[in-house]
Design a protein around this ligand. Structure first.
Ligand code: FAD
Ligand code: SIN
Length: 517
């Protein structure tokens, strides 16, 4: 059976929810999410959204900061487009019922500061901005009669007719059934791929499915070598790389070595508010130099009541692991956080394939260049979610043909599920060890060779046994890992988030690294 709608959106983070709400008064929308509607990186976002809101701030200043952090290879048109639309994006969120934190006197919104920003321009909802956005938008999506939501459904592959996308095969996780969804427009809003690394701030769903689906369908991927590591995740065996927002450093937190030395000014004049690539690399350098398991983030200058008021969720989480931030510095390490590269799109999210769009973290718009500036990501999700909706609404729906059903007649039930778990861990470990914060020709070559062997086994398994969500995610993860390694090997320089000891200099390059299918 074909399940038909006008627009099929895969993914329910900030990008997918924004798009759905901007279409639904005029189109029948199907929204797919592999977990629940609010299970996304979006929900975990802490710091906030960057936008030009303060009187003393300007669009030009936000643009220049973004270009600088992007280290010379942002697409300036995309940067301008996003930032010129930042105020409207925030106004739309407020219209949707998102409540942002106000100043103490209640007359305005409170703005915080993060690495790379020369101004206070990050609007937030305490330290749980993503939760507020996700919950507010998801509630509206559930209430809209034109949006049909399929939770715990996972996109397996896109369906194409020549160079046109006609929908996707979707796995119902509870039954293992693969259903056929057809649509006039299909949109990937599947988030990032940071789960490809062993340590990550991202939730389990960030297995890079959208990159793999798009590449298999024939889309180009750009800049996949630029993987952002957040400098400060809580170091504790049970904390699952819980993020300690950069906004803490915006409010005066200091990175220290165990002997108390504040080391960041040795690496950058901006000290603790240097851009994220520099801070993460400096921590990595210090940890390797001194054989440390972590460094410390010191917020003890601030009163307990101030920390509790500004960072209630972070304070409580640290306390639950035995750290009262007002009394003791907290151990932190970097962890994979954001995928700057992605599916190549234009300013409305259009990919290389007709009627296929990509928005949010899965896309490459050119906004982030070689490094994403803090809090520019949620902004990109909202701006491009709205922009894609506008273009889709101007495009007439097509007559949808009946599509072939998924054929599982050639496969049998798996007898060795351990292969999936084992390879999951191998891929993530290998990416962490060889394709992490600091890279070399030798490490990349070793990663490519080891990955090829894993990939052969995973592909064999995929074609011969019934698919499960774990197997689909593993296959996607290995394919994304391959794209990351290839892109890293192609870039013969160090820039932004890509640092190679064999090519330590920045070359005179301006183009993104493009992987063609
Ligand atoms: P996501 O929010 O990741 O949503 C992806 C969706 O796709 C999910 O619903 C998932 O279930 C679904 N999905 C994926 N694959 C499939 C599939 N095959 N089938 C069906 N569904 C699928 N950015 C900021 O700007 N400010 C911040 O303060 C900030 N803090 C952050 C803190 C943390 C801990 C993390 C992890 C990220 C943070 N970021 C922040 C980054 C930002 O949250 C993300 O880049 C952004 O939320 C991505 O939104 P998205 O809609 O593209 O994807
Ligand atoms: C943070 O709060 O430090 C995360 C901000 C971001 O990733 O943009």
């Amino acid at each position: 059976m074909n399940i038909k709608s006008d627009v099929l959106i895969v993914g329910s983070g900030a990008a997918g929810l924004t798009l759905a709400l901007n279409l639904a008064d005029h189109r029948k929308v199907t929204l797919i999410s592999k977990e629940t509607l609010v299970d996304s990186s979006t929900w975990y976002a802490q710091g906030g959204i960057a936008a030009v809101l303060a009187k003393e701030d300007t669009v030009e200043s936000h643009i220049q900061d973004t270009l600088k952090v992007g280290d010379g290879i942002c697409d300036e048109q995309a940067v301008r487009f996003t930032i010129e639309n930042s105020k409207a994006a925030i106004e739309w969120l407020i219209d949707m019922g998102v409540e942002f934190t106000r100043t103490a006197d209640g007359t305005d919104y409170h703005l915080t500061q993060e690495g790379g920003h020369s101004q206070r321009r990050v609007i937030h909802s305490d330290d749980t901005t993503g939760r507020e956005i996700s919950d507010s938008l998801a509630q509206r999506v559930r209430q809209h009669q034109n949006i049909t939501v399929y939770e715990k459904h996972l996109a397996v592959d896109l369906i194409k007719d020549g160079e046109r996308c006609l929908g996707a095969y979707i796995l119902e996780r509870a039954t293992g059934l693969i259903k056929t969804f057809s649509a006039s427009h299909t949109v990937l809003a599947t988030g990032g791929a940071s789960k490809v690394y062993f340590y990550t701030s991202n939730p389990d769903g960030a297995s890079g499915d959208g990159y793999a689906l798009a590449a298999r369908a024939g889309c180009r991927l750009a800049n996949m070598e630029f993987n952002q590591f957040h400098p400060t995740c809580l170091y504790h065996p049970q904390a699952k790389s819980f993020l300690l927002s950069e906004a803490l450093r915006g409010e005066g937190a200091i990175l220290r070595l165990p002997d108390g030395e504040a080391f960041m000014e040795r690496f950058d004049v901006r000290g603790d508010l240097a851009s994220r690539d520099i801070v993460a690399r400096s921590i990595d350098f210090e940890m390797k130099r001194s054989g440390l398991n972590h460094v410390m983030l010191d917020m003890t200058h601030a009163d307990k009541s101030v920390i509790q008021q500004k960072f209630p969720s972070i304070f409580e989480t640290c306390l639950s692991f035995g750290y009262d931030m007002s009394k003791v510095p907290v151990p932190v390490v970097p962890a994979a956080h954001y995928t700057c590269g992605g599916v190549m799109v234009d300013l409305s999210g259009k990919t290389d394939i007709d009627r296929l769009y990509a928005i949010g973290e899965v896309s490459y718009t050119g906004l982030h260049g070689a490094n994403r500036m803090a809090s520019n990501s949620l902004l990109e999700c909202i701006v491009f979610g709205k922009a894609a909706a506008e273009v889709i609404l101007n495009d007439d729906p097509i007559d949808q043909p009946e599509l072939p059903l998924w054929d599982s007649s050639m496969v049998v039930e798996s007898d060795e599920k351990i292969i999936v778990n084992h390879n999951w861990n191998l891929v993530r470990r290998l990416m962490w060890d060889y394709v992490g914060i600091v890279r070399s020709n030798k490490r990349l070559a070793k990663a490519a060779a080891e990955l090829a062997a894993i990939q052969a086994e995973v592909e064999d398994y995929y074609w011969n046994f019934s698919v499960t969500s774990d197997l689909i995610e593993l296959r996607n993860l290995t394919q994304v890992a391959e794209h990351i390694i290839k892109s890293a090997q192609l870039r013969k320089e160090s820039r932004g988030l890509h640092f190679s000891i064999d090519h330590p200099k920045k070359m005179n390059l301006t183009e993104p690294t493009v992987i063609k299918p």
